[in-house]
Design a protein around this ligand. Structure first.
Ligand code: ADP
Length: 449
C-alpha cells in the first residue's frame, strides 16, 4: 500500500523531522496541534493542520479519538507517532489499522509483547540475546518463591514492574530483609501507575554503561542492525548526551550482539525501526528492554550509518523492501548528540517562556534538529527539550571538537538552557576518555554542588 498523505501525531522537533522525511518522499503532511501550539513551527511546515484540543496532553496529543478523527477528515492514509505520546500504545496502533490506515511502526502485537518486559525478556532469551540474570517469569504471590528467586540471583537485586516505563516502577534491594516489603510497595505502585501489578526480579548491576543497538526491518524478511549507541550520560534515567558508536567496545563483540538482535527481530516478525537496550558491565551485554519506536537519539546512528531512519520507516510501512543487506551497512566516523533543554543547567528546574534569541550553529558535520526560532514559545505543558545539536566527525576527537565549537556558537536568549552543562561535560576528562557508566553524571553533579 503506497500512501501520499501522512498525519504526524506529535509536536516539536520530531514532528518537523518526520515531515521533512515525508516531503523528501513526496508525501503530503498533516500536522495536529493543541491550542497551546497554534503558532508552532510544525504547524506552519505542514501542508495541512488540525487543532485537536486544549493544551493538556491527555486532551490533545494523547487523545486517540481526536487524532483518528483528524486523520479521517484530512484523508491521511497513515499516521506517524514520533516518540513519546502514543508511539508505544498497541491499542492506538490497532485502532489506526482497524480504520484502514497504516501505523508507521511495528504491528500492535509486537508493541504489546515488548511493552511487557517479562514477555520481552522471554522472547530475547529464546533468540539467544543475553539478558540480565533472573527468572523469565513474573513474581508469584508466594513469598517463599520470591525469596528463593532473589537468593538464586544474589543480592543486590532490582524489583521491576513488567509494564513499567520512563524509569519508574523499580526498586533496588540490597538485603534479603528488605525484599518482601520492597515487592509489596513496588506492586502497589505498579498497579496504580501502570494498571498492571506484575513484577519481576533481576540482578542489580552496579556500574553498567547503557548501550543500545538500532534495528530496521522490512516486511520482506530483511532485518538490519545499524551499529551501536552509548547513552550512559543520564540524570534520573533521562539521557542527555549520546554518541555512536559506543566507544571502546570490541567490534567483534558488537557484531555478535547485533546479530542476536536481528535474529530476535526475525523470530518475532518485527517490522519497522526498533532499539534493543542493554546494560554493559565487565565486558558483557545484558538486555533490559526493547523500544518499538523511533528514538530521540536516532540521528547519531543516521550520521554514522548514512541511513535516513525515518524515510526507511515510511517506506517499510508502505510495504517497500529495504533494498539493502547487512553487508551494505557500513558505519563510519563518530557522532554526538546534545539534547538542549529549556531548564536551569544545574538545578534542572524547567524554564518555559518566550525565546527572544535563537542563533543556531552550523558548518560541516553539524546538524540541528529543532523547532525553535526567535519569538517561539516554550510551553510548560510538554517536554522541555527545545532542540538537538548533532556533530559528526571522522573520529571521536574530531566529532568532539566540532561539537564544542557548535555549542559555543549556539545562542539562546529568553529561557535558561542546559547549554552550560553540555559545555562543561565536553571538557570533562572522564567524558573525553569515553565509556563512563550510567551513574557518572549524577556523581559529577553532586561533586560540583
Ligand atoms: P524504563 O522502561 O522505565 O526506561 P528500563 O528497564 O529501561 O526501564 O530501565 C531504566 C534504567 O534503570 C536503566 O537505564 C538503568 O539505569 C536502570 N536499570 C534497569 N534495570 C537495571 C538492572 N538490572 N541493574 C542496574 N540498573 C538497572
Amino acid at each position: 500500500m503506497t500512501f501520499d498523505r501522512v498525519l504526524v501525531a506529535n509536536r516539536g522537533e520530531i514532528a518537523l523531522r518526520v515531515m521533512r522525511a515525508c516531503r523528501e518522499l513526496d508525501v503530503k503532511t498533516v500536522a495536529v496541534y493543541s491550542e497551546a501550539d497554534a503558532d508552532a513551527m510544525h504547524v506552519a511546515f505542514a501542508d495541512e493542520a488540525v487543532c485537536i484540543g486544549p493544551a493538556a496532553p491527555s486532551l490533545s496529543y494523547l487523545n486517540q479519538s481526536a487524532l483518528l478523527f483528524a486523520a479521517r477528515a484530512t484523508h491521511a492514509q497513515a499516521i506517524h507517532p514520533g516518540y513519546g505520546f502514543l508511539s508505544e500504545n498497541a491499542q492506538f496502533a490497532q485502532r489506526v489499522q482497524d480504520m484502514g490506515m497504516r501505523f508507521i511502526g511495528p504491528a500492535p502485537d509486537a508493541i504489546r509483547t515488548m511493552g511487557d518486559k517479562v514477555a520481552a525478556k522471554r522472547a530475547m532469551l529464546a533468540a539467544g540475546v543475553p539478558c540480565v540474570p533472573g527468572p523469565d517469569t513474573s513474581l508469584s504471590d508466594d513469598t517463599g518463591e520470591t525469596l528463593a528467586a532473589a537468593r538464586a540471583i544474589g543480592f543486590p537485586v532490582i524489583v521491576k514492574a513488567a509494564g513499567g516505563g520512563g524509569g519508574r516502577g523499580m526498586r533496588v534491594v540490597e538485603r534479603e530483609a528488605d525484599l518482601l516489603d520492597a515487592v509489596a510497595v513496588t506492586r502497589e505502585e505498579a498497579r496504580r501507575a501502570f494498571g498492571k501489578p506484575e513484577l519481576y526480579i533481576e540482578k542489580f548491576l552496579q556500574q553498567p554503561r547503557h548501550i543500545e543497538i538500532q534495528v530496521l526491518c522490512d516486511a520482506h524478511g530483511t532485518a538490519l542492525w545499524l551499529g551501536s549507541r552509548d547513552c550512559s550520560m543520564q540524570r534520573r534515567h533521562q539521557k542527555i548526551l549520546e554518541e555512536a558508536p559506543a566507544p571502546g567496545i570490541d567490534a567483534r563483540q558488537l557484531k555478535a550482539v547485533g546479530e542476536r538482535c536481528v535474529e530476535a527481530c526475525r523470530r518475532i516478525d518485527y517490522r519497522g525501526a526498533g532499539t534493543f537496550e542493554f546494560l554493559y558491565e565487565n565486558g558483557e551485554f545484558f538486555f533490559i528492554e526493547m523500544n518499538t519506536r523511533l528514538q530521540v537519539e536516532h540521528p547519531v546512528t543516521e550520521e554514522t550509518a548514512g541511513i535516513d531512519i525515518v524515510k526507511a520507516q515510511i517506506r517499510i510501512a508502505q510495504g517497500l523492501p529495504l533494498g539493502m543487506t547487512q553487508e551494505d551497512v557500513s558505519c563510519t566516523g563518530h557522532a554526538f548528540e546534545c539534547r538542549i533543554n529549556a531548564e536551569d543547567p544545574f538545578t534542572f528546574l524547567p524554564s518555559p517562556g518566550r525565546v527572544e534569541t535563537w542563533i543556531a550553529p552550523g558548518g560541516q558535520g553539524i546538524r540541528v534538529d529543532s523547532h525553535m526560532h526567535a519569538g517561539a514559545r516554550v510551553a510548560p505543558y510538554y517536554d522541555s527539550m527545545i532542540g538537538k545539536i548533532i556533530a559528526r566527525g571522522k573520529d571521536r576527537d574530531e566529532a568532539l571538537a566540532k561539537m564544542r565549537v557548535a555549542l559555543d556558537g549556539l545562542q539562546v536568549g529568553g529561557v535558561k538552557t542546559n547549554l552550560p552543562l553540555h559545555q562543561a561535560l565536553l571538557r570533562d576528562a572522564g567524558f573525553i576518555a569515553g565509556g563512563v557508566d550510567i551513574h557518572y553524571l549524577e556523581k559529577w553533579l553532586r561533586q560540583r554542588s
